[in-house]
Design a protein around this ligand. Structure first.
Ligand SMILES: NC(=O)c1ccc[n+]([C@@H]2O[C@H](COP(=O)([O-])OP(=O)(O)OC[C@H]3O[C@@H](n4cnc5c(N)ncnc54)[C@H](O)[C@@H]3O)[C@@H](O)[C@H]2O)c1
Length: 452
C-alpha cells in the first residue's frame, strides 16, 4: 500500500475515533459519514473565487435572521439588510460591515430584489411574512435560505413551491436538524427496519408561553407596525405581539407545534418517509389567558399515517431551556421512534436506543441511505453552486410545515379530520370546515398582488 495513503487512512481513522468519542455516535456511522463527506468534497463544485462569492441580502434582521446571515457570510458577502424596524436593520448593517463596506439598509424587501448584486436571500422574518418574501425572491431569481416553518398556511405552501420551481431557484428550509448526524442516524436506522416495524412516533415540543392580558403602548420610532402586521388583521401595537413573541399568536404563527414542531415533525416525516398523514385530531390541554397570547401553551395531537404508523405530538413543560431537561414523566424536547423490536430516542443533545446494538451494528451496504449534510448553510451554498436541490428542499419544507398546520386546524376546530396527502385536502366528515382553513384572507395590500 502506498505510504501516503497509509498515513491518510491512519489519520482518517483517528479522526473518526475522536469524533465518535465527542459526539457519542457509533464509530461505523462516523466512518461512513466522513468518508461520504470526503467523497462529496471531491465531486463538489469548485469553490468560487473571491471575485464570484455570491452577494447576500438579509431580510428580517432579528435573532435568527442575523444568526443565519452570520453563517452565510462564510460563503458570500452581505451587501444589503432589510427590516421594517429601522433599529434592527441598522444594527444588522453595523454587525455585517466588512472590509470598510457597510451593507445597504432597506425597509421594503421588494427594493432589495431589484439589486443585480444580490444573488442569495437569507430570510428570517416572522412566519406570516415568509411566503410573500420567498415568492418575491423566487420571481427575482434569487436563491433562498428561508426560515422554518415554511409558511403560515398549507395553501401558501402550494404558492411558494410553484414560485420556486417555476423560477428554477435553489431553496433551503431552515430545518437544520436534517444536517445533524444524530437525527440522520435515527431516521436512517428507522427507515431500514432496525427497530422492526415502526409503530409509533412520539414528538415532544416545549410548551408555549401562557401570559397576558397585555396593554397597547405607542409604536416605537422607526418601526413600521402596519408593514410588520402585513397580511394579518390590523390591531393596536403590543410589544408582546411582535419581536420574538409573534410565535405565540395564531395571527402570525401556530404556537409550539409550528415553532419547535417544525423541526421535530420534519424529522418524524423524514423517518416515516411519506408526504403527509391521513388523519389528525388534537386537543388543547392548557388554553390561553383571555387578552393574552392566543396559541394554547399545552396540547396533544394524534396523527395516523397510511403505513399504519401513529404519531403523537405533545408539549412537555418548558424548563426554561426549551424543554431540554428531563421532566418527571421522562419526557423531553425530542423524538422517540417505537417499533416492534425496540425504540430510538433522539434530540439535539443525544441519541439512545432500547438496545445498544440498534445503534452500534453497521447497516448493510444495500441499506436505504438518506442524503448526507454536515452543515445546513454549507449544504445550501453547495446547492447554489451545483444547482442541485439542498437537503431541506422546498417540497420538504412545505410538507413538514403542513403537519404543524394540520394540527393547528384540528386544535382550532376541536375535532378529528381525514386528510388526503396527495390532493392536499380534507375529506369525509367535517371536510368543508377543515378546507376553509387551508388558506387565510390576506389583508390588503399585503396579499399576493404585493409581490406581483
Ligand atoms: N431554524 C431555527 O432553529 C430557528 C430558530 C429561531 C427562529 N426561527 C425562525 O426564524 C424566524 C424569525 O424568528 P426570530 O425569533 O428571529 O424573530 P424576530 O422577531 O426576532 O425577528 C424577525 C425580524 O423580522 C422583521 N420583519 C418583520 N416583517 C418584516 C418584513 N416584512 N420585512 C423585513 N423584515 C421584517 C422584524 O422586524 C424582526 O426584526 C421565524 O420564522 C422563526 O420560526 C428558526
Amino acid at each position: 500500500m502506498n505510504k501516503r495513503f497509509q498515513i491518510t487512512r491512519r489519520s482518517f481513522l483517528a479522526r473518526c475515533t475522536a469524533t465518535a468519542a465527542v459526539t457519542g455516535l457509533p464509530l461505523w456511522f462516523i466512518q461512513e459519514q466522513l468518508a461520504g463527506a470526503a467523497e462529496a468534497h471531491l465531486v463538489a463544485p469548485p469553490a468560487p473565487s473571491p471575485n464570484d462569492r455570491p452577494g447576500i441580502a438579509l431580510i428580517g434582521c432579528g435573532g435568527q435572521g442575523c444568526g443565519d446571515a452570520l453563517n452565510a457570510s462564510n460563503h458570500g458577502d452581505i451587501v444589503a439588510v432589510c427590516d421594517v424596524d429601522q433599529k434592527h436593520a441598522e444594527s444588522a448593517a453595523k454587525r455585517f460591515a466588512n472590509d470598510g463596506k457597510t451593507p445597504a439598509v432597506y425597509n421594503d424587501f421588494r427594493k432589495v430584489m431589484q439589486r443585480d448584486d444580490v444573488h442569495v436571500i437569507v430570510q428570517g422574518t416572522p412566519d406570516h411574512w415568509h411566503t410573500l418574501v420567498n415568492i418575491a425572491a423566487a420571481k427575482a431569481k434569487k436563491d433562498i435560505y428561508g426560515e422554518k416553518p415554511l409558511t403560515l398556511t398549507i395553501d401558501e405552501g402550494k404558492h411558494v413551491v410553484k414560485a420556486v420551481r417555476d423560477n428554477g431557484v435553489v431553496f433551503q428550509t431552515g430545518t437544520q436538524q436534517r444536517s445533524d448526524q444524530k437525527f440522520h442516524l435515527a431516521c436512517e436506522l428507522v427507515r431500514n427496519g432496525r427497530i422492526g416495524k415502526l409503530k409509533q412516533v412520539n414528538v415532544f415540543v416545549p410548551a408555549g408561553l401562557r401570559e397576558g392580558p397585555f396593554k397597547p403602548v405607542p409604536v416605537p420610532d422607526g418601526f413600521n407596525w402596519d408593514f410588520w402586521l402585513g397580511q394579518a388583521p390590523q390591531v393596536d401595537y403590543l410589544k408582546e405581539r411582535c419581536h420574538t413573541m409573534f410565535r405565540w399568536w395564531f395571527d402570525y404563527s401556530g404556537g409550539p407545534v409550528t415553532d419547535w414542531g417544525a423541526h421535530h415533525n420534519d424529522i418524524a416525516r423524514w423517518a416515516i418517509g411519506l408526504d403527509g398523514p391521513v388523519a389528525v385530531e388534537a386537543k388543547v390541554v392548557t388554553g390561553p389567558i383571555v387578552g393574552g397570547y392566543t396559541t394554547p401553551s399545552e396540547f396533544e395531537a394524534t396523527l395516523s399515517w397510511a403505513n399504519g404508523v401513529k404519531q403523537v405530538v405533545k408539549t412537555t413543560p418548558d424548563d426554561g431551556w426549551g424543554g431540554w431537561v428531563i421532566n418527571e414523566n421522562g419526557q423531553r424536547n425530542g423524538v422517540k421512534f417505537e417499533g416492534t423490536d425496540g425504540w430510538i430516542w433522539v434530540n439535539r443533545d443525544d441519541i439512545a436506543a432500547s438496545d445498544k446494538e440498534i445503534l452500534h451494528t453497521r447497516l448493510p451496504d444495500n441499506a436505504i441511505r438518506l442524503e448526507v449534510s454536515h452543515n445546513h448553510m454549507g449544504n445550501f451554498f453547495n446547492a447554489v453552486h451545483s444547482r442541485k436541490d439542498p437537503i431541506s428542499n422546498i417540497e420538504a419544507g412545505h410538507r413538514s410545515a403542513s403537519v404543524g398546520h394540520l394540527i393547528v386546524i384540528a386544535l382550532r376546530s376541536g375535532r378529528k379530520f381525514q386528510w388526503d396527502p396527495e390532493r392536499e385536502i380534507f375529506t369525509g366528515d367535517g371536510a368543508s370546515l377543515g378546507n376553509q382553513q387551508l388558506a387565510r384572507e390576506m389583508r390588503k395590500p399585503y396579499d399576493y398582488s404585493f409581490v406581483d
